[in-house]
Write a protein that binds this ligand. Sequence first.
Ligand SMILES: [Zn+2]
Length: 273
Amino acid sequence: MKTVALHMIRKFHLEFFQKHLPDDLAIYFHELEDWNMPRFEEAIAHLVREGYRTASPRAFAAGGRGKRLFISFDDNYQSWHRALPVLERHGVTCTFYVNSGVFRDMASPSAIHDYRDRIAYRGSDRTLSRAELREISAAGHTIGCHTHTHPMLSRLDRRHWDAEILHSKTYLEGLIGKQVRDFSFPYGMRRHFSPALRDYCEAVGFKTIASGISGLQHAPSRDPLSLHRTEWKLALPLEENLAHMRIHAPFYGNMMGRSVIGSGQWLAVPMVW
Ligand SMILES: [Zn+2]
């Protein structure tokens, strides 16, 4: 009975608490395999047709006029390199938050195997080579840091932060010959991060920190470093994803204590940063 009631409240909320699509839209993806590449292109083409123009993380966080779109990717997938012609076709630039310890021409098969377990990836995509990452950077896209090996940072002892975060940043900078100033933390939800980690990231030189908490597109951040991203789920139809971007989730989150999109996403500390 309780489950049915929750389901009805969620359904009601998804249908009646829809706002317009926000002018500032921050979406993110993971792998782009053969089955979902056409859906990715459909999504990008739609948003460009709607008048959105892509922005880098720092430009997006700084604010601005018009319809602005922040497109990003997390983890480390070779398919990002295969997507370069699609991105060029639609005139969009993206941000790739990379795990720096798993390039396929550098990491051992067992390290890559363990990594795929950590990110719960069961598909056929490989990880990037370092040359492919350099080509993505040279094509005008932003390279950000997503830690070295994708640990759950909230469970990591502080003495390992340098190895996972600062070392990853420095390593990527050496690889692409540019500064890396943008960070997204593994697992994306607020409970996997902390104010102490946020201050550490700022101290080592990151200018933006991206989360992956659904339903906050209508909730401006109180922290100038913070970027609220909503995952665009390529397994779902375009219209359903657009509904996720329009939702006024803070209302639902404050009422129910969880995100309206996906029951696992907990908003235990709403809108702190
Ligand atoms: Zn990740």
